[in-house]
Design a binder for this molecule. Sequence first.
Ligand code: PRP
Length: 209
Amino acid sequence: MLNIALPKGRLGEKVYAMFEEAGFPCPSIRENNRKLIFENEECGVRYFWVKPSDVAIYVERGAADVGVAGKDILLEYEPDVYELLDLGIGKCRMAVAAKKDFRDDAGQTLRVATKFSRIAENYYLSRGRDIDIIHLNGSIEIAPILGLSDVIVDIVETGTTLKENDLVVYDTVVPISARLIANKASYKFKSDAIDRLVAEIGKSTEEKQ
Ligand code: PRP
């Protein structure tokens, strides 16, 4: 049985559709209820819905053999897992944004509000820029408006949240998309099933690109 952690939500539904198309269906998952675990013994798969930011934890610790996580989560938490495939969905970017009138003063420590402290630290470290990280858990965009920070490092997808809060992008830190990840031991002991999954999903992502 292959245990698969899916990120709950819109992205997860797209991901499941890919797995289904790749020959790993589990029809009961489409029944709209509050269940979190779904099994198809015939196909040898067990899916479970978890919070997107928790997928890597399940996979790293072996509760799931494979899962799908955003590159943002992988860069931020650096879980000890294999990254097998870029699924080409859930595309967005990690960006630095600020108020329109923001001017960077290199003589001052830059105050950076973010949910992604490690990504922000690495980005500014590579630029030799002194920063003060203000770690927040959400609604990052209001930090510069209220004077809590000079800039934010956050995910930008459509750009609507920035626009509606009068912020603009100053730089792209890294492009983001959903990745198929695997537990290291599972990849050794269930290599046939995982390789088949990677090959079949790889085919359908190539066709779409
Ligand atoms: C994410 C991100 C931005 C927004 C970007 O927030 O942190 O706020 O989406 O999307 P857009 O460019 O399409 O507007 P999320 O919905 O995860 O909420 P939170 O960060 O406030 O928790």
